[in-house]
Write a protein that binds this ligand. Structure first.
Ligand code: ZN
Length: 242
């Protein structure tokens, strides 16, 4: 089975479509949340996902748009985008977001947005946080998003955890005795200095995970954001990948 793992689309349809075109012959897509927020096409992104065979979990932006999380903890630009998105979504799109669980188990993988310890909010950026996380899922592997950084954490002997950035085309053999936490990076707002959309393919027949980057029409997304008067910083950062 070929699984496309995507996260943090953030209402960037141009980036999502570039990923889908770049990753043909997928059997299923797993989406790790933050489907909306920041970007200009929340409704269209949800509609696109609904045309695909996929399983998704909720992110903090998805919940904020529904009013299930306070935007008091968001920075002003993110909060403005949440308010803009909330005013724009159809009842059907809201219903789709409402139904997303915080965690799901698919085959040998646990899917969450932030971390298995705190699915909506925790950022897994460091070895201590990742080390604690390994006690909060029971499958061999866990998939997370939220940081917008393609990365992985491997649990070695005696629980020692190693962290690594996952560069484009990086391959990780999947051995069930080697527990890992994998982050595909962000489709719609990468933050590792590379503005290209990021995603991960898991090939269960070959037992390998491969990180990918794909260019997309950043200008098209920025033009829509300008038209809708979304915060300037959210527009410029797309070209910087930060
Ligand atoms: Zn995000």
């Amino acid at each position: 089975m070929r699984i496309g793992v995507i996260s943090d689309i953030h209402a960037n349809l141009s980036a999502l479509d570039a990923v889908l075109a770049h990753a043909p012959a997928l059997d299923v897509i797993w989406c790790l949340g933050d489907i909306v927020g920041y970007g200009p096409q929340p409704e269209e992104v949800i509609q696109r996902l609904q045309t695909l065979r996929h399983a998704a979990v909720a992110g903090n932006h998805d919940w904020a748009v529904l009013g299930r999380l306070s935007i008091a903890d968001f920075n002003p630009d993110a909060a403005a985008a949440v308010r803009w998105t909330a005013a724009r979504l159809s009842a059907s799109a809201r219903g789709y977001l409402q139904a997303l669980p915080q965690r799901r188990i698919e085959d040998a993988f646990t899917l969450v947005h932030g971390s298995p310890r705190n699915p909506l909010w925790e950022y897994l950026l460091s070895v201590p946080g990742a080390t604690a996380s390994f006690g909060h899922f029971t499958t061999p592997w866990c998939l997370v998003g939220h940081t917008h950084i393609p990365s992985l954490f491997i649990q070695r002997d005696k629980g020692r955890v190693e962290a690594a950035y996952a560069p484009p085309d990086f391959h990780l053999p999947l051995d069930p005795s080697q527990r890992c936490i994998l982050n595909p990076g962000s489709v719609g707002q990468p933050r590792d200095g590379d503005p290209r959309a990021a995603y991960l393919i898991i090939d269960t027949d070959r037992a390998v995970a491969t990180w990918h980057r794909v260019p997309y029409d950043i200008g098209a997304t920025q033009e829509l954001m300008n038209r809708y008067r979304l915060p300037k910083r959210l527009i410029t950062r797309l070209a910087e990948g930060r």
